[in-house]
Ligand binder design. Structure first.
Ligand SMILES: *Cc1c(COP(=O)(O)O)cnc(C)c1O
Length: 434
């Protein structure tokens, strides 16, 4: 334990020493630890480091924070729910927070998604979606339809099923190739979000759907591919894939874990394409960044099929399913979002990010700048060393965590124009100095 008479800087060093001795971080090494910063507290869009510095948060703790940290309404929802019950099992019991949340998600999500399976994390919600698709085809007497078709550069999570549909090369999972089901991968669409759609983009996926008879479902991140490349593509592609799925009798799974709840300017990215998937995954943003919670929604075709099948039930049930604390804070967070003028707010952020990041295009090493809604990306021609770029960003007073060749931000929706200016200005200066 740290001693009470340490200075803030000593306290931070003390935490870090113990951290480096024992604690795994995401995609981390004990032999070559990357820069890591102890955080003492977070409020609004600011992280306060243990050493006393404050940083403007550009990451929303991996897309999840919407209304800022330490929000009084969300704090209160959590406190109130903890005084009623923090958790009860979901087998044979139910409760208001989970029922209200499920009903809310059904009302808000694309038409036809009527059934909700609550789970603990995004990856698990993808596993659940994949199991739903497999059980559906089993019940239809088509057990041979048991493969998935995903897009190159996609990201769907780190568990085994989810890994199998991540990009096979950039997906960071090739090490496990021997243990992973081989799935089908279509080329990612090249047509950008607001550019004219090139119908050639469909050739790869159409060819696979036309020639493979064992495909249960297509899984994709509609309109924005997140961790697999931060790529924003034409909604027409999503609309045409819906048509192809119907034509070839394949289910469509939309992974909206990163895009759900307003990030792209629509409540769900599927709305840009005006389609409804058969199954939809939500996570990250669901509790406004407070707790881990995910949901897999499906339409009646899928739920009826599963329940009429041999097993008679859907075969999944996590211990902490429908956790009341998480559901209560999710309800409060969604209500806050809907009570705000979120569409104009996201349009404001979109405009600020474009204005602030566009000048990066002129910098050496920058090959692309793209913005959609509250997502801004600067793509470089090489992957800078974390040990170099991370401390430089922190010295700018901003929390931005680059990934490979991508320096990107998706700030909390409550970021002011001044906050956004600090984030984009900091990125401009740091990238300019590379
Ligand atoms: C983050 C993410 C996941 C995985 O969610 P976890 O909560 O990290 O398991 C899956 N799909 C997409 C699109 C994501 O962005």
């Amino acid at each position: 334990m740290s001693s009470p008479n340490l200075t803030p800087a000593e306290h931070a060093r003390n935490i870090l020493e113990r951290d480096r001795a024992h604690v795994w971080h995401p995609y981390s090494s004990f032999l070559a630890p990357s820069p890591t910063y102890p955080v003492a507290s977070a409020n609004g869009v600011r992280l306060t480091l243990t050493d006393g510095r404050t940083l403007i948060d550009g990451m929303s703790s991996w897309w999840s924070v919407l209304h800022g940290y330490n929000h009084p309404t969300l704090n209160q929802a959590l406190l109130d729910q903890s005084q009623a019950m923090s958790h009860v099992m979901f087998g044979g019991l139910t409760h208001e927070p989970a029922v209200t949340l499920s009903q809310k998600l059904v009302q808000l999500s694309p038409e036809g998604l009527n059934k909700v399976f609550l789970s603990d994390s995004g990856s698990v919600s993808v596993e659940v979606a994949m199991k739903m698709a497999l059980q559906y085809w089993h019940s239809q007497g088509r057990p041979e339809k048991n493969r998935f078709l995903a897009l190159k550069n996609g990201y769907h999570g780190d568990t085994f099923g989810a890994m199998s549909v991540c990009d096979p090369v950039t997906g960071m999972h090739h090490l496990f190739a021997q243990n992973i089901t081989q799935q089908y991968f279509a080329e990612r669409p090249q047509s950008r979000f607001s550019a004219a759609f090139d119908p050639k983009d469909l050739d790869s996926i159409r060819h696979l759907l036309a020639t493979k008879t064992d495909i249960a479902a297509v899984i994709l991140e509609p309109v924005v591919q997140g961790a697999g490349g931060m790529w924003m593509y034409s909604p027409t592609y999503v609309r045409e894939v819906r048509v192809l799925c119907d034509q070839y009798d394949v289910l469509l799974i939309a992974d909206e874990i990163a895009t759900g709840l307003g990030r792209t300017g629509k409540l769900f990215a599927c709305e840009h394409a005006n389609i409804s998937p058969d199954i939809m995954c939500l996570g990250k943003t669901l509790t406004g960044g407070y707790m881990t919670l995910a949901a897999t929604l499906c339409n009646d075709k899928v739920s009826d099929g599963i329940c009429q099948g041999d097993a008679g039930v859907f075969m999944h049930g996590p211990t902490f399913m429908g956790n009341p604390l998480a559901c209560a804070v999710a309800n409060a967070s969604i209500d806050l979002l809907l009570a705000s003028d979120w569409q104009s707010n996201i349009a404001r952020i979109d405009q600020q990010l474009k204005q602030g990041l566009e000048p990066c295009r002129e910098l050496e090493h920058v090959v692309d700048v793209r913005v959609l809604g509250a997502i801004g990306v600067v793509e470089l021609d090489y992957a800078p060393a974390m040990a170099e770029i991370q401390p430089a960003l922190v010295d700018e007073g901003i929390w931005v965590r680059p990934f490979g060749k991508l320096v990107y931000i998706m700030p909390p929706y409550v970021a002011t124009n001044q906050d956004l200016h600090a984030l984009t200005g900091g990125i401009f200066r740091v990238v300019g100095a590379l």
